[in-house]
Design a protein around this ligand. Structure first.
Ligand SMILES: [Cu+2]
Length: 396
């Protein structure tokens, strides 16, 4: 709790506008000049001037901001004003101080405040870099420098824990979740904030920690008998096939512009590194389905709906070459469905950029295109309607 308060306090500080500051400047008046003769502040600053005379009586007049003060000989005075309008203003001595009094002037420069940053960082490429029975490392990217952290908990939508806020703003983020319980599903989302205080929260993902005992030996894939799928890693086939249901299985596997129905075309599945993969399949109603991509340590969890249908969409970190994806229901780890596919080398930079785009951006882009089309259609209809109305009224 204490940590949360600290973090909240830190963000409040971050959120304060960068330009609202107090500028304190000492200006020395002497026959027949001011030093410094040019004062530069930012729009919105509170300016506090300490005016010092090193010889005779002087004055300080800055009429644009309603400032006029006497500076006693050998003494000082203080004036404060708000530099609320950008521009260049002159100030002058307002008390006759000798033959050069008329030329005793200076300049105040109030610089325009930079346009406030109101764009929140975009989050992309959220992935589970590694996990054990008690730890998980989450990594992700942002499109601008930001401070990141991960909110997480054991119930969907209820994040009771939060990792420490990153100390430096950057575009590549990593957070470690520690002291996790073994064999437990955690729901998490990333949270980022730029230095202007704009916050973005990622969508929820989940991961299931390893069982406490060494389950690696059980990870030998043990497929159901299924003509469509090849599995040459099956070293644990002693179980007779007596499932109480079908367990989880994969129905389609697809990329950005291709979808394979496994029954029809299992032998030619190939993707490009960095491309988003989409899987659909079936399982028991409401079952938690574990999705593992070999041979990376990435594991995802999705929940089947009441019809036993589930879907996954993501960009697991996979190298080029032969890959497998294994799915099974969380409580039925001995009934796995395995599909082999091939990852190709990254084809070019634009492909990988597209692939790393956040899902929400894709959705937003489509919505924008549709909106433009609708605006054009409505505009044309309005013009036709107005033309007809105009033509009719001309005829009368
Ligand atoms: Cu003077």
């Amino acid at each position: 709790m204490y940590r949360l308060i600290l973090i909240a306090a830190f963000w409040v500080i971050l959120a304060a506008p960068a330009h609202a500051a107090t500028q304190t400047v000492t200006v020395t008046a002497k026959q027949f000049s001011f030093s410094p003769s040019t004062i530069t502040v930012n729009e919105g600053d509170t300016v506090k001037l300490t005016l010092v005379s090193s010889d005779v009586d002087h004055g300080f007049s800055l009429s644009a901001f309603g400032v006029n003060a006497n500076i006693p000989a050998g003494g000082k005075t203080t004036v404060t004003f708000e530099a609320d309008t950008a521009g260049t203003y002159s100030f002058s001595c307002s008390v006759f101080c000798g033959s050069g009094h008329g030329g005793m002037t200076g300049t105040l420069v109030v610089k325009e405040a930079p346009a406030p940053d109101t764009t929140a960082p975009a989050v992309s490429g959220v992935r589970i870099s590694s996990f054990t029975d008690t730890n998980a490392v989450i990594s992700w990217s942002t499109d601008e420098a930001a401070f990141g952290q991960v909110e997480y908990g054991t119930a969907s939508g209820a994040y009771t824990e939060v990792t420490p806020l990153e100390e430096t703003a950057s575009t590549a983020h990593t957070a470690s979740l520690s002291n996790l319980s073994a064999g437990t599903t955690y729901y998490f989302r990333v949270k980022v904030q730029d230095s202007a205080g704009n916050v973005t929260r990622g969508s929820e993902s989940s991961l299931t920690t390893e069982e406490e005992d060494d389950t690696n030996s059980n990870r030998n894939t043990n497929t159901k008998t299924n003509d469509n799928k090849n599995n040459n890693e099956n070293t644990n086939s002693a179980d007779d096939d007596e499932p109480s249901g079908d367990g989880a299985s994969i129905a389609t596997i697809g990329g950005e512009d291709q979808t394979f129905t496994l029954a029809s075309n299992p032998s030619s599945i190939a993707f490009t590194v960095g491309e988003q993969l989409r899987l659909t399949g079936t399982a028991s109603a409401h079952a938690e389905v574990i999705i593992e991509f070999c041979c990376s340590v990435t594991r995802y969890t999705v929940v089947a709906d009441s019809d036993g249908e589930w879907a996954f969409q993501g960009t697991p970190s996979l190298d080029s070459g032969d890959q497998t994806v294994t799915v099974y229901e969380r409580d039925r780890a001995d009934e796995k469905d395995v599909v082999e596919f091939v990852m190709s080398e990254e084809s070019d930079a634009t492909d990988s950029n597209e692939a790393s785009d956040d899902e929400t951006e894709d959705v937003g882009g489509g919505g924008f295109d549709n909106a433009v089309v609708w605006i054009i259609i409505v505009g044309i209809l309005l013009m036709i309607g107005a033309g007809a109305f105009f033509a009719r009224s001309m005829r009368r």
